[in-house]
Design a protein around this ligand. Sequence first.
Ligand SMILES: Cc1ncc(COP(=O)(O)O)c(C=O)c1O
Length: 362
Amino acid sequence: MIPIAKPSMGGEEVSAVADVLYSGMLAQGENVARFEKNFAEYCSVAEAVAVNNGTAALHATLLALGVRPGDEVIVPDFTFFATASSVCMCGARPVFADVEERTFNVNPISVQECIGPKTRAVIGVHLFGQPFEVTPVWELCEDAKIPLIEDAAQAHGAEYHNKKAGGLGDAACFSFYPTKNMTTGEGGMVTTDNRDLAERIRIIINHGQSEKYLHSCLGFNYRMSDIGGAMGCVQLNKLDSFNSRRRAIARYYSKNIRAAGIIPPFEVPGATHVFHQYVLKVMENGPMTRESLSAYLSGKGIGNAVHYPIPLHRQPVFREIAGDTKCPVSARLADQVISIPVHPSVTDTERDYIVTILNEVK
Ligand SMILES: Cc1ncc(COP(=O)(O)O)c(C=O)c1O
């Protein structure tokens, strides 16, 4: 089976991790600090704070921005669960904005409609590795005097008008889960140009300690281990080559997939999509349903997945919060999308095989 995702690991990661294990400094050693510095430089921002996963990055950022019970935070309806659950973790309410048909990303018009007196922040997601339309959302946030958070969990190295994801809003949150464009096993990062915000996040992720054993607020243990930091330094050096391979495979797919009723992803001009996922749309009038296509691909040894089958406003846990929210585009996409392998370990032979098998759909 060609897997839908696979971390790319080599001898350098093994030896960097082994060095940490032998050093005896497993928790907060020099590697976390080095990884933070290198990641901040990569994103051209002043600060990067490493944490133990992407959800923790979002939670700590929202808390540091002052999101509290009674507040609302606007999130896209079509994304991974953690974008919204992190809002609930602050006792606040996620408000679901609809997305755009072609890009799967948040629709600025819908964001505008969701802004109200209780809105405390907006989280935009660079879904599947493609930046959302930052400029109009940023302008809405400026008018409303609320911060814009990038959920860049799937977009390491993506660019929007030549600026890296991570430096496009007030703060950005990354995940280094093993399926992501780079990994630390589990891990996350917050990037920001706001040094005060970074300092508040550093306190929150370390038990609320402003000094050793002085707890100035209720914090959490959200720290990254030095094992993760060591892997992160090596993976960051490889990120651009991983992303070029993802983009090359995606380009090949988009040029050569000619299957009936299957629509390849749309790339926004002016943005650099890093193809965390390559997501096709299966149209209703085509020869196969999404479910039959999935079974067909699996039967041919091609891993595939649905990201995401249920829009957030229809998740059981959000039923009460969502009320009569309607996000028709998001709901439609949840029935249409299917992802095929685009990770750097896909070989040219596998890539050609995937196109051949898909093009047999008539
Ligand atoms: C868009 C998005 N946001 C947040 C997260 C949460 O990251 P983590 O799994 O590292 O907690 C993920 C991870 O899958 C994600 O894809």
